[in-house]
Design a protein around this ligand. Structure first.
Ligand code: TYD
Ligand code: MG
Length: 455
């Protein structure tokens, strides 16, 4: 029959080991393994005499209830969610400390409460006075939110049981929650998992939309409970540089919608402001063309965003090892691009320090950024500014070809709309409205000739 087996769970990533180790083999954190409650291991042979119930199978096309979403009142939040809150769904909201998760959710709760919905905000981190003070500063003090400071899941569920289920239930944060049914301190994997399970069950049973705030570890994953990502319907991350104003709400997993839509906000004195048209947001003040700066029409889901890529190249006199630093782009990708520029175009970066920065604290993930980065690098190396009103996009292969990318037409349309009258991209020009001058570049050497020879 069943025999208990020792197991050790990493408190940082949730991975399970059968032996205690000083370092987690999965995430590499030290001293994070802790013994978990013994798990019952069922014997190989299945005993079916216990009498399970038969389950009914259903066809896929059986009539089902239509998914009704509730708008939060924050259009950017709705957009990132794929069109609003789904009743009974569970959302995990991750993000660095101080990025604005509590602010965003307080604003969302206030918007729902003001539109006549019931919104419950449970703060496990801040006292109600603190939350109230913040609400006052943001001009939300009159919103009829139900606010409480609590950490006991039993207390929270008991209280919720005495009232009509709310439209929105915010738990800020899941790592501070505590269940007396489970061993361990708040924040441990078993506590976080158990508390989340209870709360998600409440949401599913009552149709309340649940938002769990989750802290993020150094390496960027939502702390402790990676297991939580499997339990919830939607995983969102709230990102941005704390020194910059802009915040991007991204969905990393969404059982009810696409995962490539983003919401854009600006953190201001009175809370988060929605940025409906983020195209120009990430361009720095570009009065006169500077060497090493290229504009890239990036795609975020279905939305184009123009961003500026900046490169700086410093020639080294001595034989010191040159530095390479990248902010906002993939380091490996830049190394690859430098190698291709050296191998295919005969440019030499080996004795120079190379710095690459994406303006505005933006993080580029779009593969079409290659050409803009290459243009910025070549422009910096040659110390020649690129044409001021030009955009650059295309993927670069190891052979130095410039490959077509998705959504070319949308990128060009957005660039034209914002006054960019010149575009450089893959040889096959995308159709549709475009900047008046489009130059198709087949190979990376064509780009170098263009810049060196004066475009
Ligand atoms: P907060 O929502 O507490 O972050 P999180 O819950 O993700 O830890 O945001 C706190 C930061 O936001 C804080 O550094 C100050 C800033 N902030 C503003 O700039 N303006 C505002 O109106 C508010 C409420 C916060
Ligand atoms: Mg907070």
């Amino acid at each position: 029959m069943a025999k208990p087996k020792r197991r050790y769970v990493c408190q940082a990533c949730g991975s399970v080991a059968t032996r205690w180790q000083g370092q987690c083999a999965d995430c590499g954190e030290w001293n994070t393994l802790a013994e978990d409650a013994p798990q019952t291991v069922f014997s190989q042979k299945h005993d079916l005499s216990g009498g399970g119930r038969a389950i009914a199978f259903e066809p896929l096309d059986a009539p089902s209830e239509r998914l009704i979403r509730r708008a939060t009142g924050l259009a950017e939040f709705d957009r990132a969610l794929g069109g609003g809150l789904v009743p009974g769904s569970a959302i995990l909201m991750g993000g660095d400390p101080g990025i604005g998760k509590s602010t965003l959710l307080l604003q969302t709760a206030a918007a729902i409460a003001r539109s006549g919905g019931e919104a419950v905000y449970i703060s496990g981190e801040e006292a109600t006075g603190q939350v109230r003070l913040r609400a006052e500063r943001m001009g939300l003090a009159d919103a009829p939110i139900r606010l409480a400071a609590a950490t006991s899941v039993r207390d929270i569920l008991t209280t919720l049981g005495t009232m009509a289920p709310p439209a929105l239930l915010v738990i800020d944060s899941i790592q501070t929650m505590y269940s007396d049914q489970i061993e361990g301190a708040p924040g441990t994997v078993s506590q976080v998992r158990g508390c989340a399970f209870e709360l998600i069950r409440y949401a599913k049973e009552t149709g309340a939309a649940l938002v769990l705030v989750g802290h993020v570890t150094k390496d960027g994953s939502i702390a402790g409970p990676r297991v939580l990502e499997h339990m919830v319907d939607v995983v969102m991350s709230f990102e941005g540089e704390r020194s910059h104003q802009y915040r991007i709400l991204r969905s990393l997993k969404n059982r009810f919608g696409p995962v490539d839509e983003i919401g854009v906000f600006a953190m201001e004195g009175a809370g988060l402001k929605e940025v409906g048209n983020p195209s120009l947001l990430f361009l720095s003040g570009r009065e006169q063309p500077l060497a090493g700066s290229a504009v890239f029409p990036a795609m975020e889901g279905t939305r184009p965003v123009l961003v500026e890529v900046q490169a700086l190249i410093v020639r080294l006199a001595s034989g010191a090892t040159p530095r390479r630093a990248v902010v906002g782009w993939d380091t490996g990708r830049m190394a690859m691009l430098l190698a291709v520029l050296e191998a295919r175009c005969g440019l030499s970066f080996s004795s120079a320090e190379v710095y690459l920065n994406v303006a505005g604290g933006y993080r580029l993930t779009d593969p079409a950024a290659d050409l803009a980065v290459a243009a910025a690098l070549v422009s910096a190396l040659a110390d020649k500014p690129l044409p001021a009103q030009a955009v650059w996009f295309g993927e670069v292969s190891l052979a130095g070809e410039i490959r077509p990318v998705a959504h070319g037409a949308i990128r060009l349309r957005e660039a034209a709309k914002l006054g960019f009258d010149q575009a450089f991209g893959p040889a096959d020009a995308p159709g549709g409205a475009a900047p008046s001058r489009y130059s198709g570049l087949a190979m990376l050497p064509n780009l170098v000739d263009r810049i060196m020879g004066g475009a």
